[in-house]
Design a protein around this ligand. Structure first.
Ligand code: NIG
Ligand code: FE
Length: 422
């Protein structure tokens, strides 16, 4: 018996804009078995949201008759749209030179300490117009969305000064219409210490807390604040100050944690009720326990792990044992993951990190939604959720994870309508 045969009550008259049928549904609803599979499913969409889901045989007759449009999917799988919950997609310039420098033996940290790395991208981004940033960002964004991504999180962090950070966040929002997907924005001013503050770390953190965060909150330029807590980033104490300011301004927090070393950022983030702690190669058991207790999502990022030729694996078995929810994201960025493929990240999360295909798919749908604080709104095929859906011409949802590049979704719906790019 399927526990979520809930017809939405729209008064006495059933309403349905689109009825999907002759499909297999991977609902990703926990407790429904592998992938939340509903066999021979029907899914009704009303006003952009899912109004009914279950076995087609149980579909109420009035809902079927009310459907304005009926789509026979011919046995294909209906899956929630993919959610990329961690990217740095708006920037200018190339870091391919550093790719060559690393091949010749330099490390990511060495390059950063020598003034390259993030600061190289900051210089180029400060010089770039809004139009130029938008044109550049559109290319990887389109690549991600062609894979079935319907929600994309984009961080700032390559401007560092108030004006350029705001420009990055405005460009991120401006991608929404041409791409036909949802964009979530995160302020990452604490990404690197800008050159003009080199001798004044404290003043920079103060500027983030006292000037930028209030503006981000008032102008709704982002819903969350992120910090790169690392020896080459910001200290634990600085991270705590930024988190306090963010929470005080009503913004969510998340963190780049334990990527290259263990500073305890994940436990700190958990203490602040962070949505997620991301990377986590060097997290220890106390960090895992703190995240489990707080319900903070672990966002695994296999693309930078691969790109930097890291050796330390995130402790997936321990995260799993502690029931820390695991998401998977692209971390698309110019320095450590210039790879515009969430599918590649999902595949690598299995091959390198040992996730199951189901964990990788839920990590890029239902758990990714949770990493954005949007689990009540999207990421599953369930009544009340946004009808952000992909139709996959596959025999089983594991096929979506097992290969990259193929198969491609045969249709993508955002808010119940076919995704429209312009
Ligand atoms: O997630 N670690 C910090 N931020 C990015 C890299 C940024 C860059 O190198 O440009 C990351 O890996
Ligand atoms: Fe990142």
């Amino acid at each position: 018996v399927n526990r979520y045969y809930i017809a939405t009550d729209y008064g006495c008259k059933a309403m349905c804009d689109t009825l999907f049928h002759h499909c297999q549904a991977a609902t990703l609803v926990p407790g429904l078995g592998a992938y939340g599979h509903v066999q021979d499913a029907a899914v009704a969409v009303t006003a952009g949201r899912i109004s009914w889901v279950g076995a087609a045989a149980q579909l109420p007759g009035d809902l079927r008759r009310a459907a304005r449009q009926t789509l026979n999917l011919g046995g294909a799988w209906l899956v929630p749209g993919l959610i990329d919950c961690h990217s740095h997609l708006v920037f200018a310039g190339s870091r391919a030179l550093e790719f060559e420098q690393r091949a010749a033996g330099a490390s990511y940290a060495q390059i950063a300490l020598a003034g390259g790395g993030i600061l190289r991208t900051v210089a180029a981004t400060r010089d770039a117009s809004e139009q130029a940033l938008l044109a550049t960002a559109t290319v990887p964004a389109r690549a991600l969305c062609s894979e079935g991504v319907t929600t994309l999180e984009i961080k700032s962090g390559y401007g560092l000064d108030l004006e350029t950070e705001c420009r990055q966040l405005q460009v991120a929002k401006a991608l929404e219409v041409p791409l036909g997907v949802h964009i979530e924005r995160t302020y990452l001013g604490a990404h690197s210490l800008p050159p003009e503050y080199r001798e004044r770390r404290n003043d920079y953190v103060e500027m983030i807390c006292a000037r930028v965060i209030p503006r981000i909150a008032t102008e709704r330029l982002a819903t969350a604040v992120d910090v790169f807590c690392e020896t080459i980033g910001f200290t634990l104490a600085e991270t705590e100050r930024v988190f306090s300011a963010a929470r005080g301004a009503g913004l969510a927090v998340k963190v780049h944690a334990e990527q290259l070393s263990n500073l305890g950022a994940s436990a700190l983030a958990a203490r602040f009720g962070a949505l997620s702690a991301d990377h986590l190669e060097y997290i220890d058991q106390s960090g895992i326990d703190a995240m489990a207790a707080a319900g903070t999502v672990a966002v695994l990022l296999p693309l930078p792990f691969y790109y930097l030729r890291e050796k330390q694996l995130p402790p997936v078995p321990a995260l799993r044992a502690a029931r820390v929810p695991m998401a998977v994201a692209s971390d698309f960025n110019p320095g450590t993951a210039p790879i515009a493929s969430l599918r590649m990240a999902m595949n690598m999360a299995c091959v390198h990190f040992g996730l199951t295909a189901e964990e990788a798919l839920s990590g890029a749908t239902s758990v990714a939604a949770r990493a954005l604080g949007l689990q009540a709104d999207r990421g599953q095929i369930a009544v009340g959720q946004r009808a952000d859906l992909c139709v996959w011409p596959v025999d089983h949802p594991r096929d979506i994870v097992a290969s990259v590049g193929v198969p491609v979704p045969s249709a993508v719906f955002v808010d119940g309508s076919p995704r429209r790019e312009s």
